[in-house]
Design a protein around this ligand. Structure first.
Ligand code: SAM
Length: 306
């Protein structure tokens, strides 16, 4: 199938956990191990190294020690797009198993505070293990629905940044060679699929709207590993229509050099803004299929929108 062909192409991405080591130190280690000509620094993300698809680091001592994280390139986008300054407070609303949480923690250099919610206790336990192993000290894991979190709770007083990576269809996920999985999406009847996507997008919209209720929310990153417009551009269009106090962060702060942007025809009310969101396409971009948008609250001076 196409997915199997794409899997062959997806490189092994290695994210360097800067809480424990540095990119330069890891490059030195890999060179000493003989990888001299078989990896490069990623051209978009400073903490990412790119290896041959068959490179396997699951038993590597630096992986076992939490110095490196095996994470697809596209799923490293949201934490970078969040641009959280040191000491800031953030909520990771749908956080388990925690790769993006540990990435946020790494970019914050263990300063500030990250509240990591997940509904699923077992997955939250995985998050706790993974973030401990990664040396994260600025994370509070909360078992429960983010939708039930009280935006007026004093402990969230300083929260300005949100990473929202809610459940999605997963239609962008290309199984790697070492993790072949079946794609249910391809076998589903059209009616059932439409209903499932509708339910997912209703949930995704409710998660974004809940984040917008936090009084100091100012930068909200939304991501999916879906290639369906219903979970991506359509969700963005609904939010922009219903919440004129928020707009999309400009392309200049959302991976400006990444070429593949949103589909203008799928957000026709705001088609000039499709360039502000990011898409990835497995067959072309050597990553899983992914989508990232970033909402920002207007300053009091109020930028006028059409
Ligand atoms: N961000 C994670 C990462 O990078 O490792 C992956 C998140 S996964 C796409 C979505 C997660 O949302 C699941 O772990 C699911 O249990 C959780 N979830 C679903 N509904 C939720 C809710 N209402 N509140 C909090 N978490 C929820």
């Amino acid at each position: 199938s196409q997915k199997a062909k794409d899997a062959v192409l997806i490189p092994r991405y290695v994210r360097v956990n800067e809480l424990k080591t540095t990119v330069d130190k890891m490059i030195k280690v890999f060179k000493q191990e003989g990888y001299t000509f078989s990896f490069i620094k990623d051209e978009h993300l400073a903490d990412l190294l790119v290896f041959h698809p068959r490179a396997d680091f699951h038993d590597h001592p630096h992986y076992l020690a939490g110095d490196i994280i095996l994470q697809d390139k596209a799923s490293c986008f949201p934490a970078h797009v969040a641009q959280i300054p040191k000491d800031a407070h953030a909520i990771d609303a749908c956080a388990a198993p925690g790769n993006k949480t540990s990435h946020l923690s790494s970019l914050l250099k263990n300063t500030g505070r990250i509240w990591a919610f997940d509904l699923d206790q077992r997955r939250l336990n995985t998050l706790k293990k993974l973030t401990n192993k990664a040396g994260c000290k600025n994370i509070d894991a909360i078992h429960g629905s983010f939708l039930e979190a009280d935006p007026m709770d004093p402990k969230f007083d300083k929260v300005e940044y949100f990473l929202l990576d809610p459940s999605c269809s997963g239609s962008g996920i290309i199984s790697r060679l070492d993790h072949l999985i079946d794609d249910e999406d391809e076998h589903e009847a059209d009616g059932a699929k439409d209903e499932r996507l509708q339910n997912l997008s209703d949930f995704q919209i409710s998660v974004i709207e809940h984040a917008m209720k936090f009084p100091r929310a100012k930068r909200i990153v939304y991501s999916t590993c879906s290639i369906h417009a219903q979970e991506n551009e359509h969700v963005v269009q609904t939010i922009l229509t219903k919440h004129p106090d928020f707009s999309l962060a400009p392309r200049s702060s959302v991976l400006p050099t990444w070429q593949r942007r949103g589909l203008p025809n799928e957000m026709s009310l705001f088609n000039d803004q499709a360039q502000n969101v990011v898409r990835t396409l497995p067959s072309e971009d050597l990553t899983n299929g992914f989508f990232v948008a970033c909402f920002v609250r207007h300053q009091q001076t109020g930028v006028k929108r059409p």
